[in-house]
Design a protein. Structure first.
Length: 376
C-alpha cells in the first residue's frame, strides 16, 4: 500500500473538521502546511446548527438569522424573555458546507480532500502516526479525528436526540420574527420527552421542528403526525407550503470521553465529547475547542479540553431521568424555565456557571427525581 507524508491529517469532513481548518488558517504558517481531510461521503447539508453567543461570531458571515428573545412553553406555562448578553443564532448546513467546499478550501492549495474510508490509525513512532484507508495510507506527525468509537454506543446511559423539521412558508403573516421558540412541550406525547422548536426567518417563514429524546428513533409517521398536530392546534391550521425539510439524530450519552485516541490522535467534535449530553447543543463548543486546538498546534500550551467535571454529573442525572421517567424530565424543564431567567439557563447549559449559581438553580428544581438517581 502506497504511503504519503503530510503535516496534518483530519479524519472526517464534518462540522468539527471544517471549524478546525477555519481556526488553523488564522495563523500565518498555515499556508506552509500540507493538510489532508479524509471523508468517505458527502456531508448531509439538510440541517441547521443553532447556538448562542455574545457579540459578533467568528462565523458571523454564515449566520442566517439571529434572535434576542426566546420563548418557552409547557402545557400550563409560557414565557418570552430577552436573553442579553446572549444572541441566539442559526447557520444552515447548506450555507456552511457551500462556503467551506466552494469558497474557503479552494483558497488554499495546501488542503486536499480525500474521498476514502479510514480503517485504522496506528502509532508508528514517537512522533508519527499512520492513517490506513481503504485505498491508501498516510503518515503525519499530527492527526485529528472526529470518528466515534464503537463502544460509545454501548455507554451505560445512551439515547438519541432525533428530529424532523419543515421549513414552511405560510399564506398569512403568523410569526413574530424577533422571537424563537426553544422548546414547546404543549404538543408532547404521553410518557415522552418531545417538544417543538421554531426558528422564524420572517413573518411568514419558519423552521418548525419536532425533537424527541429517547432510546429509539421514531417511525417517520410519528414526526409527521406531531408536526401536523402542532400546525393545526397551535398555528390555527395555517395554510402553508413546505420549502425544505431536515431530519437527523444526535447521540447523547454518559461517556468518559478522552482528549486522545488509542494511537495518540487528537479527538474533535462528537468524538471528543463536544456535544452537550443533556441538550444536544455542540456547534459553539466545537468552535471554541477548534480555536484552542489551532492555538496549541502553533504555540503548544497543553490547555485543558473540558470544564469542571461536575457538569458531566449533572448531565448523567438528567439523562437518566429523561430515559427512565420522561414525564418527570418534562416537568423539570418546565420548572427550570419558569423559575430561572433564560439567560442563566443558557449560561448553565454552556457550563459557564459557578457553584453558587448552580446551587440557586437546583434549589428551585424538584429534588426527589435527582435524589432517586443519585442513590440508585
Amino acid at each position: 500500500m502506497a504511503k504519503e507524508n503530510v503535516d496534518i491529517i483530519i479524519c472526517g469532513g464534518g462540522c468539527s473538521s471544517m471549524l478546525l481548518l477555519f481556526n488553523l488558517q488564522r495563523y500565518p504558517k498555515f499556508k506552509t502546511l500540507k493538510i489532508l481531510v479524509i471523508e468517505k461521503e458527502i456531508q448531509n447539508q439538510q440541517k441547521t446548527w443553532c447556538f448562542w453567543h455574545k457579540g459578533n461570531h467568528p462565523l458571523q458571515h454564515l449566520i442566517t438569522s439571529s434572535w434576542n428573545n426566546i420563548r418557552f412553553a409547557a402545557e400550563h406555562f409560557i414565557t418570552t424573555q430577552e436573553i442579553q448578553p446572549y444572541i441566539y443564532s442559526s447557520i444552515k448546513g447548506e450555507d456552511f458546507y457551500h462556503y467551506f467546499v466552494n469558497q474557503f478550501i479552494p483558497q488554499f492549495p495546501n488542503i486536499k480532500i480525500i474521498r476514502d474510508e479510514v480503517l485504522s490509525i496506528e502509532k508508528t513512532s514517537t512522533h508519527l502516526s499512520k492513517v490506513i484507508c481503504k485505498h491508501h495510507a498516510y503518515i503525519s506527525s499530527t492527526v485529528y479525528s472526529s470518528i466515534i468509537e464503537n463502544k460509545f454506543h454501548e455507554a451505560p446511559i445512551f439515547l438519541w436526540q432525533h428530529f424532523k423539521g419543515w421549513h414552511i412558508k405560510t399564506e398569512e403573516n403568523i410569526f413574530d420574527e424577533n422571537i424563537m421558540t426553544i422548546m414547546d412541550f404543549s404538543n408532547c406525547l404521553p410518557n415522552s420527552f418531545d417538544f417543538v422548536y421554531i426558528l422564524p426567518y420572517s413573518s411568514n417563514e419558519a423552521l418548525i421542528e419536532v425533537t424527541a429524546f429517547s432510546s429509539e428513533t421514531w417511525d417517520d409517521s410519528v414526526y409527521l403526525k406531531q408536526l401536523n398536530k402542532y400546525i393545526s392546534n397551535k398555528l390555527n391550521g395555517a395554510k402553508y407550503q413546505i420549502e425544505t425539510n431536515e431530519q437527523g439524530r444526535i447521540p447523547m450519552a454518559y461517556y468518559n470521553h478522552t482528549a486522545l485516541g488509542k494511537a495518540g490522535e487528537i479527538l474533535i467534535g462528537s468524538a471528543a465529547g463536544k456535544i452537550k449530553a443533556s441538550s444536544g447543543y455542540g456547534f459553539e463548543k466545537m468552535q471554541i475547542d477548534a480555536a484552542r486546538l489551532a492555538s496549541n498546534y502553533f504555540t503548544p500550551k497543553l490547555s485543558k479540553q473540558s470544564g469542571p467535571k461536575r457538569f458531566k454529573f449533572y448531565d448523567k442525572l438528567l439523562l437518566k431521568i429523561i430515559l427512565e421517567k420522561p414525564e418527570e424530565a418534562v416537568s423539570i424543564f418546565g420548572k427550570l424555565f419558569k423559575k430561572i431567567p433564560i439567560p442563566m439557563v443558557l449560561k448553565f447549559l454552556y457550563e459557564e456557571t459557578n457553584l453558587y449559581e448552580e446551587a440557586l438553580i437546583f434549589k428551585k428544581l424538584p429534588a426527589i427525581p435527582f435524589l432517586k438517581q443519585i442513590f440508585k
